[in-house]
Design a protein around this ligand. Structure first.
Ligand code: PLP
Length: 407
């Protein structure tokens, strides 16, 4: 008899986006003349930078000739891209990361979801609340949690991000083995200081734990005193893996390219307590289950590191950050407490009401779609997330409508 992995049955069906879609459809039916402005999802709206498009075209042309054609590439990614990443994203920040420690992939979603495969079934995991749901769900699938009750999975240590701690969780009061951190944060838009990140690195070193650091929104950091990579913190290379993505900084959500950094000195332990390098384990996993990102896509990603590409991707980020600033100031002017939007594309807004009530209010009164915070975890209740990924005209119109409706 074929049996299933029953851990899947513990997963909570995510009604979040289908509920949003249903409410939006109903509103549209009742208000056929009203245009709806979507500030809910985290998908980019601007096209790929011209430098990427040129590199993409050129690489496709190469594939059309006998000399230029490429079949399977290295699973870890082509050296031209890995070297560009190591130089610009790490060594330029004083972080000694080599190209051999970089694994190119088709997304930070897959990598943040898959990395937990390297660890034992009984480890204690610490997961932020609210959270990007992939970290939690993939551990549920792997059987590292108990059942779901009262908004939480048993056996998980939740790292609460609340107004009281400025949306940067405190160190756990009990020992944990695997820690997920995401800064700039999705959904709260909060950032972490070097001092606070250092305390996490020290915690991990002291407790033989590992940090999975999701830096998918690193490009949106404007304040240069904030860490752009965890490897700016001394000793992090022994206790942290970092995930990055070209999705938001380069407009690659549909093109798909990202990477994961696994330093060669980063270790975990066998049950007997023998240290083992994660680099070799992840390399084995990556080569067994993944066959590389396509050559044209990697050339397009490499182009983001050219002088023109850097300028164009900065332009993209600046465009969205202008939206973020407008959202943050408009909502603050209306008396709402907001975080994020200054070094991140998300604005987390406290509504003084139920998340879904706030959602309905913005939809019914202003025709604006947000994401209810409760969809990201128990601590998200009472909040909504607004995303800066839309056109400036749409964001301006959305803010004018909200002002008119709520002022
Ligand atoms: N990590 C976080 C925190 C995200 O918000 C997202 C996408 O929204 C991802 C990872 C996924 O990125 P990718 O498009 O590279 O899969």
């Amino acid at each position: 008899m074929i049996t299933i992995n029953e851990h899947y049955n513990k997963l909570q069906a995510s009604y979040l986006f289908s509920d949003i879609a249903k409410r939006v459809a109903r509103y549209q039916e009742e208000n056929p003349d009203k245009t709806i402005i979507k500030l809910g999802i985290g998908d980019v709206t601007k096209p790929l930078p011209p430098a990427c498009i040129d590199a993409f075209h050129q690489a496709v042309d190469e594939m059309a000739s006998d000399e230029g054609f490429r079949g399977y590439g290295p699973e870890q990614g082509y050296e031209f891209l890995r070297e560009a990443i190591a130089i610009s994203d790490f060594r330029a920040r004083g972080a000694e990361i080599s190209s051999a420690e970089i694994f190119v992939s088709d997304g930070a979603k897959c990598d943040t979801g898959n990395f937990q495969e390297l660890f034992g079934p009984d480890i204690v995991i610490a997961i932020p609340d609210p959270v990007y749901p992939v970290y939690l769900d993939t551990n549920v699938m792997a059987g590292r949690t108990g059942s779901f009750a009262d908004g939480r999975y048993k056996g998980v240590v939740y790292l609460e991000s609340t107004r009281e701690n400025n949306f940067v969780p405190a160190l756990p009061s009990q020992p944990v083995d695997l820690i997920y951190l995401c800064f700039p944060n999705n959904p709260t838009g909060s950032t972490i200081s070097k001092e606070a990140l250092r305390s996490w690195v020290e915690y991990a070193r002291h407790n033989k734990a590992l940090i999975l650091f999701d830096a998918a929104y690193e490009a949106f950091i404007k304040d240069d005193s904030l860490p752009k990579t965890i490897y700016e913190i001394e000793g992090a290379e022994e206790v942290a893996v970092e995930f990055r993505s070209f999705s938001k900084s380069g407009g690659f959500t549909g093109t798909r390219c990202a990477y994961t950094v696994v330093p060669k000195s980063c270790i975990a332990y066998t049950a007997a307590g023998t240290p083992q390098a994660l680099h070799g384990l992840w390399n084995r996993r990556h080569c067994t289950k993944f066959n590389g990102v396509s050559y044209p896509v990697q050339r397009a990603a490499e182009a983001l590191y050219s002088a023109a590409g850097k300028e164009q991707s900065q332009h993209l980020v600046d465009y969205y950050m202008k939206n973020a600033e407008l959202i943050r100031t408009s909502m603050s002017d209306l008396g709402f407490t907001c975080v994020g939007g200054d070094n991140s594309p998300y604005i987390w807004i406290e509504g003084q009401m139920d998340s879904w009530q706030f959602f309905d209010l913005l939809l019914d009164k202003a025709g604006v779609v947000c994401t209810p915070g409760a969809g990201f975890g128990k601590c998200g209740e009472g909040y909504i997330r607004l995303s800066a990924f839309n056109s400036f005209d749409n964001v301006s119109l959305a803010m004018a409508r909200i002002k008119e409706a709520l002022a």
